[in-house]
Design a protein around this ligand. Structure first.
Ligand SMILES: Nc1ncnc2c1ncn2[C@@H]1O[C@H](COP(=O)(O)OP(=O)(O)OP(=O)(O)O)[C@@H](O)[C@H]1O
Length: 825
């Protein structure tokens, strides 16, 4: 794995050997002429640079004036970017207009820009574009031809724009390095020390006149990799920690017990969770007597076996009796394959080995697994599965339930609790890691509260649709449903169908990823998944329902400052939970926060989430691909092929706060073609965005005065002139409340290595002082602790969700058009 340390080292070496060479392409604009160029958007872009990453952009017409011109000297910043980037019109949210807004109450909040609504339908960048080249290109073109605004397909779903260029973009053979986890962002790893050793980079950065691109353009270090496809995957694991290795003996006994349980039915040896899903989803459905689809017994039994279910029940409940088909439950072990298998690059996958209608797995098959995951790891998973058995007796104890019947739906994956984990007497707390026979498992919380009899019924007999659509994204559409037996309201996400040019593997891995993660999480600030069902060729994920989209609440322009702070802290609390269990969301945005009537904010949409750290491991797993939504993207995501996903979440959270405060995006995309972002990056004593992004923190100093100086520097984000409110970090920060500026400034530090981590943020005095509404669980009872200094805004249900807002907007547009037509006539 490439490391930033090595990059920095190489950069330093190259720089010293070529310090006087023509590589100095970045210049300081110190004269008025140059300055004009700078502000008119003539960014110096290195045209022959390796670019590679770009997102299409939607219109973000904030209807605002051009940035103010200033007569002070500024340092321009260059960025490796595509030729296209230079041609984009500049935008500027002119934050300086808000210089005096302190947002202490609702009266002085700025009005919501209508285009903020447009722009905020920012769908996840590459979430559904992985390895779907033609789809990406088509959509990219569509978006461009539609004036770069969000396009809508015939079915009313927004067309997702691509985020990575086709491989042609990198045909010049240059590679983009990984922003390695070795940068000191709290996770210790082997490179950390050496990274610290490279801190001289920071101090030298201002004198660097060579751009990163020029330095690396022709001879990249061997350890860096190019983005050559649109991959949204965690890096493949190529070595297995000893604790994951299971002895042959253990494996055999586990397999035998599986076999016995399966009563001779075929048992899958493929441990790929995706493959199990694949064979389930894409097995040829046959019609039962009622005309409902079901799946052949073999496939079903495979899946049961995979999950350690006893198959005699399921066979009995087989095809003829049901309308739906059960989805296999994944194991709860948060080990590599569950997550990474759903995010493996296609190169490691043999399409024919699963997902094909006739895919069958034979327990005697000794062929290597279809995915290139070390076999020992497979063994490990296989062994774990044997522990994840049905424990329907748990139902009465209020604990989780694994549905092993071949009917209706399968609730969430093995809801392991201490009662249900094999014969072990270990005490497992739901929502935590535990250890079994030396194996690490993640003990999920109980999320299925249905009675077993209810679960026997097909989905359509247990729920009825009620009300309007809540929203639709590239992942599918979300609707309101009511559970018939207790009239409880839920949200159901109906996953979109597979695109024609999308591989089954890609499709399945996206859904399994969301499924696994969604059902594993247990926190008041994370949406709870109730169950997932496959019925009538539809995949349905039932979730707890939240009455409002945070976006809709922000759009109402009624939020008080205290309410904004409360919502922000709740988001951070959710992020802290995610990061504490080794997950990063990667698509944090207002649209992915919902809020219930009690004022509890919940994060939704885990389609882009990744594991960055495995239990008890200190190795950080970098993420790759541009994933997220343009305005919320962290800059490193657009520059490096691999990056630590945690600082990315931190950056997005800060953008969310800025959006809530300002009612507009600080910038449209974190690229220098965006004038607002360019101005934000400018004036920092450094002339290259890459240099700014790869900056590392200063080492701790024993000299107090130096330490203070360094702290001051980090507070001002390396700003050359903190008094110039038009450029540099203060361009954004001065628009925000004073008490928030310090930590928000650290959250939008261009360098992920210097960005505040979630624990640091939670310890910030301002964050600590925020009175936050929260949920306290006490045994079986749940108490909402509401804050005394604010109430949460509620809006009419017709405007509570994005779908409602969109509908209203369409109606308004239609009315305007018809009025205009009438006047015309
Ligand atoms: N549990 C829920 N309660 C209420 N509304 C919800 C819930 N889940 C989703 N929604 C609504 O549905 C919309 C789409 O949901 P979601 O983000 O999961 O879909 P998606 O297809 O993955 O979208 P994206 O394009 O952002 O990836 C949300 O913005 C929200 O308005």
């Amino acid at each position: 794995m490439s490391s930033l340390t090595k990059l920095l080292q190489e950069k330093k070496n190259e720089h010293s050997s070529e310090s006087n060479s023509s590589l100095a392409t970045i210049s300081e604009t110190k004269n008025p002429q140059q300055q004009n160029d700078f502000y008119s958007g003539n960014v110096k872009v290195i045209r022959n640079g390796p670019t590679i990453l770009r997102t299409t952009s939607r219109t973000l017409d904030l209807g605002q004036t051009q940035p103010r011109r200033t007569t002070t000297s500024v340092t321009t910043v260059t960025q490796i970017d595509s030729e296209d980037d230079a041609n984009h019109g500049s935008i500027d949210s002119n934050l300086s207009n808000n210089a005096n807004n302190k947002y202490t109450n609702t009266n002085n909040t700025p009005t919501v820009s209508s285009s903020f609504l447009n722009a905020n339908f920012a769908h996840t960048a590459s979430l559904y574009t992985s390895n779907t080249g033609s789809f990406i290109d088509n959509n990219y073109n569509n978006s461009i031809s539609a004036n770069q605004s969000t396009s809508y397909s015939n079915n009313g779903y927004p067309i997702r724009r691509d985020s990575l260029r086709s491989s042609n973009s990198i045909s010049n053979g240059r590679n983009i390095p990984s922003l390695s986890s070795s940068i000191p962002y709290s996770v210790p790893n082997s490179n950390k020390d050496s990274t610290h050793g490279s801190n001289s980079h920071d101090s030298n950065s201002s004198s660097l006149t060579s751009s990163w691109l020029e330095v690396y353009g022709s001879s990249l270090p061997k350890n860096v990799s190019a983005i050559d496809s649109n991959i949204i995957s965690s890096p493949q694991v190529d070595s297995v920690e000893p604790r994951f290795v299971i002895s042959k003996q253990k494996l055999q006994s586990a397999s035998q017990s599986n076999l016995q349980q399966a009563h001779g039915n075929s048992v899958s040896r493929s441990n790929s969770f995706s493959s199990q899903f694949g064979s389930m989803f894409f097995s040829k459905p046959t019609k039962d007597k009622q005309g409902s689809p079901h799946y052949n017994d073999n496939n079903y039994n495979n899946n049961n076996a995979m999950n350690g279910h006893t198959s005699h029940n399921s066979v009995g409940g087989g095809s003829g009796n049901t309308n739906g088909t059960a989805i296999p439950k994944p194991t709860r072990a948060r080990t590599t394959s569950i997550y990474s298998s759903s995010r493996q690059p296609s190169s490691s996958y043999t399409e024919t080995t699963y997902g094909s209608p006739n895919a069958q797995y034979d327990n005697t098959n000794t062929n290597p697994p279809s995915q290139s995951i070390p076999r020992s790891h497979h063994s490990s998973i296989s062994n774990l599965r044997s522990f994840f058995k049905k424990s329907s007796s748990n139902l009465n104890n209020g604990t989780s339930h694994i549905n092993n019947s071949n009917v209706g739906s399968v609730p969430v994956p093995s809801n392991i609790s201490h009662q249900s984990v094999g014969t072990s007497k270990s005490s497992f707390t739901p929502g935590s890691y535990g250890s079994m026979n030396g194996e690490t498992i993640y003990v999920a919380s109980s999320v299925n509260h249905n009675s077993s009899r209810d679960n026997q019924l097909p989905f359509a007999k247990r729920y009825i649709r009620t009300g309007e659509d809540l929203g639709a994204g590239a992942g599918g559409s979300v609707k309101l449903i009511k559970r018939i037996n207790d009239s409880k309201i839920f949200a159901v996400k109906e996953f979109r169908a597979k695109f024609e040019n999308e591989t089954k593997r890609d499709y399945v891995k996206k859904i399994t990823s969301e499924y696994c993660i969604g059902t594993t999480l247990n926190h008041p600030n994370i949406i709870q998944t109730i169950e997932i069902t496959y019925e009538n060729n539809r995949i349905l994920q039932v979730m707890e329902y939240c009455e409002y989209d945070l976006f809709a609440i922000v759009m109402s322009n009624k939020m008080s400052y205290e309410e904004i702070c409360c919502s922000f802290k709740q988001i951070l609390t959710g992020v802290q939970y995610l990061h504490s269990i080794g997950l990063a969301h990667r698509d944090l945005k207002l649209d992915n926060c919902v809020i219930n009537k009690d004022g509890i904010v919940k994060l939704i949409d885990f389609g882009a989430a990744v594991v960055f750290s495995y239990p008890f491991s200190k190795t950080l797993v970098e993420s790759s691909g541009i994933v997220g939504s343009d305005p919320y993207l962290a800059p490193e995501v657009c520059i490096f092929s691999k990056y630590d996903p945690r600082p990315v979440d931190i950056w997005s959270a800060a953008v969310i706060f800025a959006c809530m405060m300002l009612k507009k995006f600080p910038w449209k995309i974190p690229k220098l073609r965006d004038n607002s972002f360019k101005l934000f990056c400018s004036g920092r004593n450094c002339d290259s965005l890459s240099a700014l992004v790869t900056r590392t923190p200063d080492p701790p100093s024993y000299d107090n005065s130096k330490q203070l100086e360094s702290e001051k520097k980090s507070t001002s984000n390396n700003s050359a002139d903190p008094n110039n409110l038009n450029i540099g970090p203060q361009r954004l920060l001065h628009s925000l409340p004073e008490e928030s500026q310090h930590i928000i400034g650290k959250m939008v530090d261009l360098a992920p290595a210097c960005r505040a981590n979630i624990d640091e943020i939670m310890e910030d005095p301002w964050i600590v002082s925020i009175d936050m509404c929260t949920v306290v669980e006490n045994g079986s009872t749940t108490n909402i602790i509401t804050s005394s200094d604010h109430t949460h805004t509620q809006v009419d249900q017709s405007e509570a969700h994005i779908a409602g807002l969109e509908k209203k907007k369409k109606e308004k547009n239609a009315a305007t058009t018809s009025n205009a037509n009438k006047q015309h006539h």
